[in-house]
Design a protein around this ligand. Structure first.
Ligand SMILES: Cc1cc2nc3c(=O)[nH]c(=O)nc-3n(C[C@H](O)[C@H](O)[C@H](O)COP(=O)(O)O)c2cc1C
Length: 316
C-alpha cells in the first residue's frame, strides 16, 4: 500500500489533487466546521489541511474520507474507480482476514509525552461541529479497550469510533451504544466496579478509521481486518499505562479510563441524519497521559445533513 499512516495518505491525496492546503490562518469557529460542511459538496470532495489555526500550534485536517475518490485511494485503487468496483475490491480483500498486526519499537506516537497539567482546551484546536452542539467533540477518534476477563486476547480488544465530548481539562464523556463492543467491555468493568482503561487515538491511517466504523464480530480484530485491506500488517505499540494495543503511527493518543458507575450530561449533538440528538447521561472519562508525534495533525470529522464525510465511512 502506498501509505502507512495519515501523513503519508495526505501526501498521496495531495499528489492526486485530492487535498486542499490552506496556509492562511483561520479561526477554530466558525471556519473549521464550515470547511467540513463544504468540502464533500465539491466535485472532487478533497481533504482540507488547515496549516494554522488561531491560538494553536497544530494543523487540522478535515474530510479525509469525504469523497469516492479519496475512498478509492484509501483502498489502493485509482481515484476514479467506480463505486461498484470499490465494493467488489473490498469484498475480495475482506476474505484475506486475518493479517495480524506487528508490534514495533520507537513508535512515532510516543515522540512527546505529557502527564502533568493536562488541559485539552489548550492542547487541541477544538471547535463545535454544529452550531448548537453542547460542547466540543472528538468525532473521529479510535477508542481502544480490552475485555477485562481476557486482557491478553487481542481479538477481543476493540477499536471503535464513538462520539466523545470534551467536558473539562482532562474530562470527556463518551456515547457507547449498548449493542456495540465497547459497551460489553464497560458492562464487565462496571460489574466489578473497576475503571475501564481506554486509549483515544486521533489522526489515523484511513483504513483503521474505516474498520473502526465497520461492525464486525466481537471476537474479530479490527487491526487484522485493516491488515487484510492493506495487504500488510498494521504497526502497533503498547499504550503507556494499561498495555492497550494502539496504532504506532497515530498522531495523538489520549490515555485514561472510563470511571465506573459515573455518568455526565452529554449532548446535544448534530448527528448524521441531519438532526440534533438530545442530551443524556453518558459515561465519563478521565485522561491521565497524552503522547503525540512532533507537530501533530488534529483530524476531526464534520457530520450533519447527508452527504458528509461519515456517509463515505459507513456506506460500503
Ligand atoms: C463518525 C462516527 C461516529 C460514531 N459515533 C458513535 C457513537 O457515538 N456511539 C456508538 O455506539 N457508535 C458510533 N458510531 C458507530 C460505530 O463506530 C460503528 O458501528 C462500529 O462498527 C462499532 O463497532 P463495534 O460494534 O465493534 O463496537 C460512529 C461511527 C462513526 C463513523
Amino acid at each position: 500500500m502506498a501509505y502507512k499512516d495519515l501523513r503519508e495518505f495526505l501526501a498521496l491525496l495531495e499528489q492526486e489533487n485530492q487535498l486542499v492546503r490552506i496556509e492562511e490562518e483561520l479561526m477554530p469557529e466558525p471556519d473549521l466546521s464550515a470547511i467540513g460542511r463544504a468540502a464533500p459538496n465539491l466535485d472532487n470532495g478533497p481533504a482540507v489541511l488547515v496549516e494554522k489555526v488561531t491560538g494553536y500550534k497544530n494543523s487540522v485536517v478535515l474530510n479525509v474520507h469525504g469523497s469516492w475518490q479519496n475512498h478509492a485511494l484509501m483502498l489502493g485503487l485509482p481515484k476514479n474507480t467506480s463505486i461498484q468496483d470499490q465494493f467488489f475490491t473490498l469484498d475480495k480483500l475482506w476474505s484475506d482476514y486475518p493479517v495480524k498486526p506487528v508490534w514495533v519499537k520507537d513508535a512515532p506516537c510516543k515522540e512527546i509525552k505529557i502527564t502533568e497539567g493536562i488541559n485539552l482546551f489548550e492542547l487541541l484546536p477544538l471547535f463545535r461541529i454544529n452550531k448548537f452542539d453542547g460542547g466540543f467533540y472528538l468525532s473521529k477518534a479510535l477508542v481502544v479497550s480490552k475485555d477485562l476477563d481476557e486482557p491478553d486476547n487481542v481479538d477481543k480488544e476493540n477499536v471503535g469510533i464513538y462520539r466523545i465530548q470534551v467536558q473539562g481539562k482532562d474530562r470527556l464523556s463518551i456515547q457507547p451504544l449498548p449493542f456495540h463492543d465497547i459497551a460489553i467491555h464497560l458492562r464487565k468493568a462496571e460489574e466489578l466496579n473497576q475503571p475501564l482503561p481506554i486509549a483515544i487515538c486521533l489522526g489515523n491511517d484511513p483504513v483503521l478509521s474505516f474498520m473502526a466504523s465497520t461492525p464486525i464480530e466481537y471476537v474479530q480484530s479490527e487491526y487484522a481486518f485493516a491488515g487484510a485491506l492493506k495487504g500488510e500488517p498494521i504497526e502497533l505499540t503498547k499504550s503507556e499505562a494499561a498495555g492497550l494495543d494502539i496504532p504506532a503511527r497515530s498522531e495523538i493518543i489520549l490515555e485514561g479510563y472510563i470511571i465506573p458507575r459515573e455518568r455526565h450530561i452529554e449532548g446535544p449533538f448534530g448527528e448524521f441524519p441531519g438532526s440534533y440528538s438530545g442530551a443524556r447521561l453518558q459515561p465519563e472519562i478521565k485522561i491521565h497521559t497524552i503522547t503525540h508525534r512532533a507537530n501533530p495533525i488534529f483530524e476531526n470529522l464534520y457530520l450533519g445533513m447527508p452527504w458528509t464525510e461519515i456517509d463515505y465511512l459507513m456506506a460500503l
